[in-house]
Ligand binder design. Structure first.
Ligand code: ZN
Length: 574
């Protein structure tokens, strides 16, 4: 492809909307263009990368015996109503009415649809095991779209679904997908970790996420350097707290704390550490207000809380709801004298605290010297806090690490939840009717593409791995006005194309510096500069990852590129 013909433009300025380095680079390199918050167009260079990721996924899914098909994205409400997820998705689901006033949505995920559509094929035990997949656009109206394609509202997902007669069959189908996912992410050149994931909201017997470490990740994982335990932090069990109850219980006092509502303000006002406070947070769980108590220096783990309550929707209470429940302004909630709360759940550290401080449910007042059991009790005591860096590993007790991650893939043993809801039943060998045992397996393509950049870039731009680069090589005639350089560059370009290397030639009438900058920004792995030694047949070969260019003959340079690209392809198909 000739750069003079390529539909492409780069940005010199850092776009103000972009917060993450990978997002900045995608925009600066002209790979994507923003249409609305969380909605992006893929431009030609970006789309080439995207299609390579898509092809890697398709080839590995096919190799694992999965069959491709495609469902619609325009879907009637009834199937999601049948499973109960029409309400669970809430406002994240893009819902609308058709011209006849019937409810529809744009599909956010397709478990129900596959279970419904494939019923006729799954009527006998003989039809299974079966795994099917699609690569299709999904829609989720995210509350806060962020970081470009990491959390966006329209994205392409590969979603696969397995159908088996029993749990043992599911385990086998699941393991096949696990292996295929490892191959896919290896091919994408990603450094990833596989962690245990929560199964709470969807039910199911097991789940793992493929995570890429990155500071812009939405997820946090716990990993143990000693035993190898790795889990999503929302799942990781916190250690049992150690009591420090040697302190005498003191008498409760009510203290006037004008305009002192946050933990930071309380720390300043009382001159006490945050772990001497217990904060009380109010939530609306499926329409009812509940209170969750936790030590002042800890964070609530909303997934654990949600799973404990077995509720489908959990949101922080609004200021108006807080005022109604406590009779006070926000910042003064406590467990004593709540007016309108269904249950109080205390984290398991709270009963072991001594002489601590709580809100008094009265604006500008707190109680000090509170003790659990003497002054109040909760309805339940449970592990509802977030695992912290250095907390002991739930398996071996060694200090565990925390890391932010981007979830690129998720595999899930669903069990029979959706087959039962959708009536996806089969007859077994004894003519007994049973629900199919399902698994679901997703990969977000857009975020995988961006995660590759998160892991592979420098101050000059993107560094694409050979396997997904939009083009493998770029030929740059240093001076387009010089006939010798231009002609040799054209020959090199032809030879590379003939050798099957996807190649760009920068035939634009631009300064060499501009061309080099652009080639680095868009991340082409191999560059050949045709410059002052063109007459001798000598060119410069520069790898995007390397610091320096090397001089060599045209044939040597071409051979280096062909060998490297072929090796990357062998890895792809090996
Ligand atoms: Zn461990």
């Amino acid at each position: 492809m000739r750069m003079s013909q390529l539909l492409f433009s780069t940005l010199r300025e850092v776009p103000s909307e972009a917060e993450a380095e990978s997002h900045v680079l995608l925009l600066k390199a002209g790979m994507i263009r923003r249409l609305a918050a969380g909605v992006y167009a893929l431009m030609p260079l970006g789309f080439r990368v995207f299609k390579k990721i898509e092809n890697s996924i398709r080839e590995e899914m096919d190799a694992a015996g999965a069959q491709e098909l495609v469902m619609s994205a325009f879907l009637p409400a009834e199937y999601y109503q049948q499973s109960g997820r029409w309400d669970v998705f809430g406002t994240e689901m893009v819902k609308f009415k058709d011209r006849n006033g019937r409810d529809f949505c744009l599909g956010p995920t397709h478990e129900e649809i596959f279970a419904h559509v494939l019923r006729p094929e799954m009527q006998s035990y003989k039809a299974m095991p079966r795994t099917v997949y699609q690569i299709q656009t999904k829609y989720r109206d995210e509350r806060r779209p962020r970081f470009g394609m990491i959390r966006c509202r329209e994205f392409v997902m590969k979603d696969a679904y397995s159908f088996d007669v029993d749990e043992a069959g599911l385990d086998e189908s699941y393991n096949k997908m696990y292996d295929a996912y490892c191959k896919i992410f290896d091919r994408c050149g990603l450094d990833y970790v596989v962690v245990q994931a929560d199964t709470g909201a969807m039910g199911g017997s097991g789940s793992q996420e493929f995570m890429v470490k990155s500071d812009i990740g939405d997820d946090t994982i716990v990993s143990c350097p000693k035993c190898g335990y790795a889990a999503n932090a929302e799942l990781a069990a916190c250690p049992d707290p150690v009591a420090s109850l040697d302190e005498e219980m003191k008498a409760v006092e009510k203290v006037h704390t004008p305009n002192v509502g946050t933990i930071a303000e309380l720390v300043g006002f009382f001159g006490l550490a945050a772990d001497k406070f217990a904060k009380t947070l109010l939530y609306v769980a499926d329409g009812e207000i509940i209170a969750a108590m936790i030590r002042g220096d800890r964070e609530i783990n909303e997934t654990k809380l949600k799973n404990f309550l077995k509720c489908t929707n959990l949101d922080l209470a609004s200021p108006a709801e807080v005022r109604e429940a406590t009779g006070a302004e926000v910042g003064f909630a406590g467990p004593i004298g709540l007016k309108k709360v269904k249950r109080i759940i205390a984290d398991k550290e709270v009963p072991l605290m001594r002489n601590f401080l709580i809100g008094a449910n009265e604006t500008d007042y707190h109680f000090i010297n509170i003790n659990y059991g003497r002054d109040f009790t909760a309805d339940d005591v449970a592990d509802i806090r977030l695992f912290e860096h250095g907390d002991p590993c739930p398996v071996c007790g060694a200090a565990a690490d925390l890391a932010k991650t981007i979830e690129v893939g998720h595999i899930f043993k669903l069990g029979t939840k959706y087959s039962v809801a959708m009536g996806c039943m089969y007859l077994d060998q004894d003519a007994q009717q049973k629900p199919c045992v399902m698994g679901s397996y997703g990969i977000g393509l857009n975020r995988t593409m961006q995660a590759i950049i998160e892991q592979s870039h420098d101050e000059d731009g993107i560094i694409w791995p050979d396997s997904v680069a939009p083009y493998s090589a770029i030929v740059v005639p240093v001076s387009i006005a010089n006939d010798t350089q231009r002609e040799l560059a054209e020959q090199v370009y032809q030879k590379l194309c003939e050798a099957g290397i996807e190649t760009l030639i920068d035939d634009r009438d631009e300064r060499a510096g501009v061309k080099f900058k652009d080639a680095d920004l868009i991340g082409i792995p191999h560059r050949i500069n045709v410059g002052r030694r063109a007459a001798e047949g000598i060119v410069e070969y520069k790898q995007r990852r390397a610091d320096k260019a090397e001089e060599m003959t045209v044939d040597e340079a071409i051979q280096r590129i062909v060998e490297t690209v072929r090796k990357a392809n062998v890895k792809r198909f090996g």
